[in-house]
Design a protein around this ligand. Structure first.
Ligand code: NAP
Ligand code: GFB
Length: 402
């Protein structure tokens, strides 16, 4: 076959050489032996100049092909060496990023966007109950992480916070205390702890920024969760000041996206309303939105937040940083409820039940510090984020948390 080693080998021989002649002789329907290529008769025969030119071109092509092949082989070998070197470099760098809460909304988003997961260790409560110090220690002993992204928490929407204050306080206090202490004891190079804008003071001026965290009590609907998160910030700062540990806090606003908790009672507003609208449409019932729909929120899509957290891991050691869309993108609960109803083509069946609490009216966050560090970040539009989340939920209804 042309281009095959045998074929190239045969053609590589100079015309008139034994091998060359022999192979030529064998070509299907080949010429009679009298007009052997290169023989006087052959040279004299009509069109020989063209034949010679053709042959010449062929040889050049083969040589070109051969040198191309060699070039590719060299490149490929080069690629192997670079790849090997990169792997060795990472090994030497020994960067091991332990991510707690990996099965959650934000943890899954980070897993989805990470091109190369080699350096990352994804932990869930099945690996270790982080409220238990001995289990947390065992985790650090086993993996000896160089970096930690601490996402694990006892999390829920307004109604879960209002009805499970002890759990929200104790679970989060224990997990956070154990993680920060182990991060120090195991000499972690960088810890990213995750707070929330709902922990800022309720009675304050807007927009709120990173420095205003302890300027007053949080909203009473989530005060226990809020104080547990405030203690996490205090603990990180204590290690920064006393030991110079690079422990930093990121502060997201309300997050939504695939893999969220779509529980009708405990979930945050967007996943709960997506589930409610799904059922309302299926059963032909009214789509009930709790409260007045007037409260204001800034919503960030989970994968946008994932990208920002990975960016923080590599690019900044700011003590605390709000991760949010602009304050101009703050919207009412009603606005998001109508986007959801539109996705289900169920707009005309949406009603508000003001007998339910509205919770905090607003918690407008100032993202100018983030924008001063990363000003061209492209946040996904609410319409597109809701479309993706509704699609994910309807496609994964059987397995979704609910
Ligand atoms: P999530 O979906 O509820 O996931 C929570 C994660 O924590 C899960 O992976 C869970 O593991 C793990 N976890 C819970 N209890 C644990 C325990 N005792 N031991 C070990 N792991 C445990 O949470 P999320 O919405 O992704 O939130 C991620 C972070 O962002 C949290 O720190 C949260 O406070 C913060 N935040 C969330 C929002 C929001 O709107 N969702 C807003 C601002 C800040 P299992 O699945 O194995 O139980
Ligand atoms: O996301 P969410 O539960 O919590 O949103 P917060 C609550 C707002 O959505 C309130 C309205 O104004 C509710 O009246 N809402 C309407 C609903 N329908 C529903 C529904 O079916 N379910 C829910 N959950 N809300 C949380 C804190 O505050 O913010 C958490 O409690 C956490 O600790 C989270 O930090 C980010 O935005 O009010």
């Amino acid at each position: 076959m042309p281009g095959s080693k045998a074929w190239v080998k045969s053609l590589g021989q100079k015309p008139g050489s034994k091998a060359g002649v022999k192979s030529l002789g064998q070509s299907p329907g080949g010429k009679s032996r009298g007009q052997r290529p290169g023989s006087k008769a052959w040279v004299k025969s009509p069109g020989s100049k063209a034949k010679v030119k053709g042959l010449g071109l062929l040889v050049i092509k083969c040589h070109a092909y051969q040198s191309q092949r060699t070039w590719f082989q060299t490149q490929y070998k080069g690629f192997i060496y670079v790849n090997l070197f990169y792997k060795l470099y990472n090994l030497i760098q020994m960067k091991k990023v332990l991510i707690t809460g990996s099965s959650g909304l934000v943890g899954k988003a980070i897993q989805n966007i990470l091109p190369d997961k080699e350096q990352y260790i994804f932990i869930t409560s099945k690996d270790a109950d982080l409220t238990d110090m001995s289990e947390t220690k065992r985790l650090f002993e086993k993996y000896k992480p160089t970096h930690v992204i601490h996402l694990a928490a006892c999390v829920g929407g307004l109604y879960k916070n209002m009805n499970n204050k002890v759990e929200m306080l104790e679970q989060n206090l224990l997990m956070n205390f154990n993680i920060v202490k182990c991060a120090h004891d195991y000499k972690v190079e960088k810890l990213i702890a995750c707070l929330s804008t709902c922990i800022f003071p309720d009675k304050t001026t807007y927009p709120i920024n990173e420095e205003m965290l302890h300027d007053g009590p949080p909203h009473n609907s989530n005060d226990c969760y809020a104080y547990a998160k405030r203690m996490l910030e205090i603990q990180c700062n204590a290690y920064r000041e006393n030991y110079g540990d690079n422990f930093i806090c990121v502060i997201p606003t309300n997050i939504y996206g695939p893999y969220d908790n779509f529980n009708l009672e405990d979930g945050h507003v967007i996943p709960s309303l997506i589930h409610k609208c799904y059922l309302a449409k299926k059963e032909g019932k009214p789509f009930i939105v709790r409260g007045t729909g007037k409260p204001l929120r800034q919503f960030i899509y989970s994968e946008d937040l994932g990208k920002l957290i990975l960016w923080v891991l590599e690019n900044t050691n700011e003590r605390s940083l709000i991760l949010s869309v602009d304050k101009e993108d703050e919207v009412t609960i009603e606005h998001m409820a109508r986007l959801i109803a539109k996705e289900f083509d169920y707009e005309n069946n949406l009603f508000f039940d003001a007998s339910f609490s509205d919770g905090q009216y607003k918690k407008t966050a100032d993202n100018s510090k983030l924008m001063s560090l990363y000003n061209d970040f492209d946040f996904i539009a609410h319409e597109e984020g809701i479309k993706k989340t509704v699609k994910w939920f309807t496609n994964n209804y059987e397995t979704a948390r609910k």
